[in-house]
Design a binder for this molecule. Structure first.
Ligand code: GLN
Length: 532
């Protein structure tokens, strides 16, 4: 029995990191703009149950959803492009699906059977895809299979979608790379041909091929790929390099990708609304103003670990017609004297201190916060950024010598930031932080209240530590304002310094909820302040 939804499956070949996720997000945007209900699923073939325990240096940012699940950063792109709030069911990992099958086996759900990859794991996967379609009422399910065809790791997932295609309407898109060898100067199609051959060996015949390349594909390249890979020439799509990722839907629209996908799935082409998106992209490409913002951190050499922050700044910039130039400050360099804080920050219009963990680089961040506060430079602190702003204020304004977070110095005489009481008993590391959407009440006549324009807001969280209630009184007496608190008033969620141009921090991660056409108010306010 068909489930009622249609499926688009995107696989990858040749190389990892080609931007399958951006392709599928962009296609999703185009389908959504035609009034179709879309739900994406990202499949990550790693054995971790979720991305929460992975180092951002290895795997990029850990993205957090409303429901508190810690997921692959591609889900961030899905949410941004599709303007949807997803749930944990949109991210499948090997760990998650095996855990599910093993739990069922232990319960006796397969009693008497030999539990096997095929049909039990593939069956469980197909049920997952269909259930999510049903639960969300989606017209089209977009499935992205992580990794590259030929990997051992993702074979079972490829098999599940092959089986699915026997039972449902499935459209397969394969994403490859078309390189140009400098000396030859020709777009080479062999890697695409070979990776399509490998996919065919798995029983999957792609219906469309999305070719990443530096320059647009030449007609003769398209023709060659079409002939060797068995897809119509207009279904060989040119995914050439663009400056801003938000241009990708427009590149696909030029080539009728969404229109053809709908046609092949037997769905009607409908009128679309991409005008606001186009305007946003236009602003990004031709900004009228420019600001330079410092990002202080310790993963600055892997920008993927801060991707949502970069996107949120881009959303604010796009809506304010302002180019946001970034200056990466490695705070360990400040700590060990390689770089002075003045040299690092003297030419910037604003300073952003993002989230982080552990003591390395923390003193450098505290120095940057002090510089922002003393020199009246706009400052935005996110999560660890709020915690370190409290440490800085306690030390340098309240005179609490050696005040610290117990994450950095467990023996500090003034633990102004301390572990959440309910966290003290927890030993397991996976999915045990304070996670996901949490409400906050914003105080009247504060800057954050003005930014959000309402009293009750919700932002996503991911942390173990908090402002220690014992120190709230002394911090406030010395001029720090906790402008947003949890509904029970116990947790300090936002802070600001009233006389400063813009000194705002939050225990939350507002970057996770920023969308191109609906930039998060914290980022919008911050970039505006940097422009003034
Ligand atoms: N390390 C801090 C905590 O666990 C901050 C976490 C973060 O910035 N996401 O509370």
């Amino acid at each position: 029995m068909r489930c009622g939804a249609k499926f688009v499956v995107v696989t990858g070949g040749v190389l990892s990191g080609l931007g399958k996720g951006l392709f599928i997000s962009s296609l999703g945007r185009l389908l959504k703009s035609r009034g179709y209900k879309i739900i994406p699923i990202k499949i990550d073939p790693y054995v971790n149950v979720d991305a929460g325990t992975m180092n951002p240096i290895e795997h990029g940012e850990v993205f957090v959803l409303d429901d508190g699940s810690e997921v692959d950063m591609d889900l961030g792109n899905y949410e941004r492009f599709l303007d949807l709030n997803l749930t944990t069911e949109s991210n499948i990992t090997t760990g998650k699906i095996y855990r599910k099958v093993i739990e069922k086996e232990r319960k006796g759900d397969y009693l008497g059977k030999t539990v096997q990859l095929i049909p039990h794991v593939t069956g469980e996967l197909k049920e997952w895809y269909r259930k999510l379609a049903e639960k969300t009422g989606a017209d089209i399910v977009l499935i992205e299979i992580g990794g590259t065809v030929g990997d051992i790791e993702n074979q079972i997932f490829l098999e599940s979608v092959r089986e699915l295609s026997m039972e449902e309407d499935v459209f397969f898109i394969h994403c490859t790379l078309v390189p140009v060898l400098k000396v030859v100067g020709e777009q080479k199609t062999k890697p695409t041909q070979q990776s399509v051959r490998m996919l065919r060996e798995m029983g999957i015949f792609p219906n469309m091929i999305y070719c990443r390349s530096e320059k647009p594909l030449l007609e003769r390249t398209k023709e060659k790929i079409s002939r060797f890979c068995g897809v119509p020439q207009e279904y060989v799509i040119s995914g050439y390099d663009v400056k801003h990722i938000y241009e990708i839907p427009l590149v696909l629209e030029e080539q009728n990708v969404a229109k053809n996908v709908l046609k092949e799935l037997g769905l009607k082409e409908r009128s679309k609304d991409m005008e606001d998106w186009k305007k946003f992209v236009e602003n990004l490409k031709n900004p009228k103003k420019k600001v330079k913002i410092a990002i202080t951190g310790k993963y600055t050499y892997l920008h993927d670990s801060y991707v949502s922050i970069l996107e949120a700044l881009e959303h604010a910039g796009g809506n304010l017609s302002c180019n946001v130039e970034l200056k990466w400050i490695e705070t360990t360099d400040i700590e060990n004297g390689k770089l002075s804080v003045e040299d690092a920050l003297k030419d910037v219009d604003g300073i952003l201190v993002p989230g982080g963990f552990g003591s390395r680089g923390a003193e450098g961040k505290i120095e940057c916060i002090r510089y922002a506060r003393e020199n009246n430079i706009p400052f935005l602190g996110l999560c660890y950024g709020l915690q370190l702003a409290v440490v800085e204020y306690a030390r340098n304004v309240c005179g609490l010598k050696d005040a610290d977070s117990t994450e950095i110095n467990p023996d500090t005489p003034h633990p102004v930031i301390d572990i959440l009481p309910e966290q003290k008993k927890i030993n397991e590391k996976g999915a045990t932080m304070r996670l996901g959407a949490q409400p906050a009440i914003l105080k009247d006549r504060t800057l954050v209240r003005k930014l959000y324009g309402k009293e009750k807001i919700v932002e996503r969280h991911r942390h173990r530590y908090e402002v220690n209630p014992k120190y709230i009184e002394i911090l406030e007496r010395n001029g720090l304002v906790f402008s947003g608190v949890s509904p029970n008033r116990k947790l300090m969620e936002f802070l600001e310094i009233p006389k400063h141009r813009f000194f705002v921090a939050t225990q939350a991660h507002p970057e996770f909820t920023s969308r191109p056409l609906r930039p998060n108010p914290m980022f919008l306010g911050f970039v505006k302040a940097c422009m003034s």
